[in-house]
Design a protein around this ligand. Structure first.
Ligand code: MLT
Length: 318
């Protein structure tokens, strides 16, 4: 759907210079789509439009000339949405553009939660110089034994672009997949397989699943949702994956659940110092969308959105 708004200055149309500020570097294939009349500025305060990836804009003063912000990514928790709304600044994101990149990392993490790839890799690295390493392996490998995911139950909380893709791959890997989303029905979810079982109550996911992966945005209603109450319902030895937003998990409750063995493994894409070094936590430095392909897709979508709005007043609901 395209909504057309009366942009006060259709700057591109008038052939006037349009100033674009990139708070984070954006892939060249996106920037190349912007007309020659657009000029890149380092000065945030004089920009007509801002391109941003994960840099926080919360402490920045929004100028009266700013017309649009495009987030090259899905999450908009780094953007002061209320202040933008007050000033009539249009905010875009790029839903789905990096979903495949995030999905692939989540699937890797799902497998890593089941097989001790980190422990095994570290052991080989540490002992690579030993002449009899091949013999040593026979004694060691029991220390890195794991489980298979075939037939296990995976609960997917949040059936947006990423959650639906993760669910579909998990089905292909032979898991039983249960999907829950407070807003989206299984029928309406993005390309979700009909073989995903629709769960209408998140508690059922907590109670029944061997693995739980969360794919919801950081909202007041979702912050800290993975907490002591949720753990109390879960199976002993459950494995949790959080590649959505750090704040969805209550750190102290997670540590207690790891200590008691309630949670056997916590895989996360957030290097939160409160928990990243804790036992049975495997944390990555927010790598989900850090692929060349996702960066290109997000840059192209964000730059097209900015151009359509600045030149024509079009808000394309991507
Ligand atoms: C997103 O919000 O799109 C992902 O978390 C990746 C990113 O922050 O760029």
């Amino acid at each position: 759907m395209i909504i057309q708004l009366p942009v006060s200055q259709k700057k591109g149309e008038k052939d006037m210079s349009v100033k674009i500020n990139c708070l984070n570097p954006i892939a060249a294939c996106g920037m190349e789509l912007l007309p020659d009349t657009y000029e890149v500025t380092d000065n945030f305060a004089e920009a007509d439009a801002v391109l941003v990836r994960s840099a926080s804009m919360h402490d920045l003063e929004l100028s009266d000339s700013l017309l649009a912000v495009a987030r090259a990514g899905a999450g908009v928790n780094n953007i002061p949405l209320d202040k933008c709304a007050e000033k009539g600044i249009v905010v875009f994101n790029t839903p789905g553009a990096n979903a495949n990149g995030v999905k692939e990392l989540v699937v890797a993490a799902l497998l890593m939660a089941s097989r001790d790839l980190v422990g095994g890799y570290n052991w080989v690295k540490d002992n690579a110089a030993e002449a009899d390493i091949t013999k040593m392996v026979e004694k060691q490998k029991k220390n890195y034994a794991g489980n298979e995911i075939l037939g296990k139950k995976l609960g997917v909380i949040g059936l947006g672009a990423i959650g639906a893709k993760v669910a579909n791959v998990a089905l292909k890997l032979g898991m039983q997949v249960y999907g829950y989303d407070p807003y989206v029905s299984v029928d309406a979810a993005w390309g979700l397989s009909k073989d995903v079982k629709h769960i209408t109550n998140v508690e059922d996911i907590y109670r029944d699943c061997d693995y739980i992966t969360v794919h919801v945005p950081a909202l007041d209603s979702t912050k800290g949702m993975i907490n002591a109450d949720a753990f109390a319902m879960m199976k002993d030895g459950v494995k949790i994956l959080n590649f959505a937003r750090d704040v969805l998990v209550n750190d102290e409750d997670m540590k207690a659940a790891l200590d008691s063995g309630k949670v056997a493994k916590y895989m996360t894409d957030f290097p939160n110092p409160a928990i990243a070094g804790y036992k049975n936590v495997v944390a990555f430095p927010h790598l989900g969308a850090s692929t060349a392909e996702s960066e290109d897709n997000c840059a192209v979508m964000a730059c097209k959105e900015i151009k359509a709005y600045i030149n024509n007043g079009n808000i394309k609901n991507s």
